[in-house]
Design a protein around this ligand. Structure first.
Ligand SMILES: [Zn+2]
Length: 190
């Protein structure tokens, strides 16, 4: 009797998938669990020791993080959709295209002072291109994403992980990161 009810309990709560042993993006085994919620002393200590990553108080989909390439997974499936009114969508697509055109122009000029370099690059099976951009303060993961193409737009360089210290400022760093990625890509094709 007891074993039967146990079995039912097991059916209701299937065992979670086993912990991954390597990053699905780069194959590195240096992966960490992302822990959400307000950290207690023990969690904070483990994060300081580099055993886990604190994900903040808002629960999100990624459970794992790669120390090598900064990939966070599992990912939310790409929606391929733009929200908002049609007017807003057109404006957004046009803004991104203008930004892309400006970046292309800047990338054809000489390197800027303090411009970072691309330390690693690969193309994912879903078409996204990954650039690990090395700054003096650390590494930023820049991805060239194609979700706006369906809307008649351009690719978009997005900073997906590796945020600069406050004194550096996100805006400037994200511009330099995108610029380095585009310059690297242009040179590769040439
Ligand atoms: Zn990785």
């Amino acid at each position: 009797m007891r074993s039967r009810s146990r079995k039912r309990f097991g059916d209701l709560f299937p065992a979670p998938p086993p912990d991954p042993t390597e990053c699905p993006d780069c194959g590195s085994q240096r992966i960490l669990r992302i822990c959400y919620g307000l950290p207690g002393p023990e969690m904070r200590e483990r994060a300081l020791q580099g055993e886990i990553v604190l994900g903040g108080c808002i629960f999100r989909t990624p459970r794992w993080c790669c120390k090598e390439c900064l990939h966070h997974w599992p990912e939310d499936p790409p929606s391929g959709q733009l929200h908002g009114t049609e007017e807003w969508r057109e404006k957004y697509v046009a803004e991104q295209a203008a930004e892309y055109a400006q970046l292309s122009q800047d990338a054809s000029g000489p390197p800027l002072a303090g411009e970072p370099s691309v330390a690693n690059y690969w193309e994912r099976s879903d078409g996204r291109k990954v650039f690990l951009v090395r700054f003096e303060w650390g590494v930023m993961r820049v991805e060239k994403q194609l979700h706006l193409l369906a809307h008649g737009g351009t690719p978009v360089y997005t900073i997906v992980a590796g945020f600069p210290p406050l004194e550096v400022g996100f805006h400037g760093a994200s511009y330099l990161g995108s610029l380095a990625a585009m310059r690297f890509e242009t040179r590769r094709v040439a």
